[in-house]
Design a protein around this ligand. Sequence first.
Ligand SMILES: *Cc1c(COP(=O)(O)O)cnc(C)c1O
Length: 412
Amino acid sequence: MVKCDMDFERQHIWHPYASMQHPAPVYPVESASGVRLRLEDGREVIDGMASWWCAIHGYNVPELNAAATTQLSKMSHVMFGGLTHQPAIDLAQLLLSIVPNQLQHIFFSDSGSVSVEVALKMACQYWQAQGDTHKHKFLALNHAYHGDTLGAMSVCDPVLGMHHIFADVLPQHYFSEVNIEALETQMKAHHHELAALIIEPIVQGAGGMRFYSADLLQQMRELCHRYDVLLIVDEIATGFGRTGTLFACEHAHIQPDIMCVGKALTGGYMTLAATLCTRKVCEGIHADGSGVLMHGPTFMANPLACAVALASLRLLLDSPWKNRIQRIEHQLQDALLPCREHPDVADVRVLGAMGVIEMNDAIDVAAIQKKLMNQGVWLRPFGKLMYTMPPFVMNEQDVNQLTAAMVNCLSS
Ligand SMILES: *Cc1c(COP(=O)(O)O)cnc(C)c1O
């Protein structure tokens, strides 16, 4: 078998948030099935990351393989400008039937960041079309993460979002502490210029794996109503069951004006995202009679991705996903919560199929990964956080191996 040319790889290929000059170690993966990655050196490791929230059914899933193969024999792609196809229509129908019911319209795009860009544009165009030209700023939360493109970055946490590196490039928006008093202060001061409040519901992911209450989410919704500001809910990480409900919004029974989904949408098979909005937002965008939504990605509603997403959603909905996530949640609680007693640990948090150990100090990622790999587990810690969001299909024994490896890393 031909091995990866790692010299070439190190010299020419960038990895996420990485240096080309001092590249961190990367492990060649030869194949994957179930919840395991098979490395080129023959080792098999349990994937505790679900490929960054995505691979909720694990890898090499027969139902998803079949959907891809069937669609491939019809057409892999066709432009969406002036053309349409059944996979997009079927997927839209199913999605709209499971999201909060006031969401009625859907815009497909090719990545989470782009779906956030579209959401921001929807909100801006909504106010513009009604002659309210002052409302083009956004309010976002400290520790927020909404993606890596410039518009999405401008509503990420000002420190984490690299605002100082790109100070002259990024539009300036408003930020708030994650509590209702601070949010109300910002709303009161700036609502005349605010198009929307953008939030990750219940779980702030890449900005620090922080959780907040359903109560606060409900209060955010009320605040937006009271100050006539749209609410954009970024469910890219939380969508499709991760927090224990199908969408994190459901914890607070709220109706967002605009919602973004991505990541697990295709079960991790390929890249696809969507921005959904209410009839009110849609009608608002067209209020001046001439409005068109100014976005149209080349690979919009890619049929192959839509077909796999449809199969992935059906597989999820037909599975005992709630029980599986609850069982994983209990296992993560039992195994990880006792780590709170460890002197190097600042906090341990578990919600749904997410387990987080926050250390007092920054983690030596390469060293910890090596230890984890030796115990047959793949994780990618960042900052002070060692965390897992496993595929929902991971069995009890594999979850035990995963959590045991995390706990072992603390003691040695
Ligand atoms: C990952 C993520 C994004 C960006 O999605 P990409 O597909 O990486 O562009 C946006 N928002 C949240 C909450 C995410 O977790």
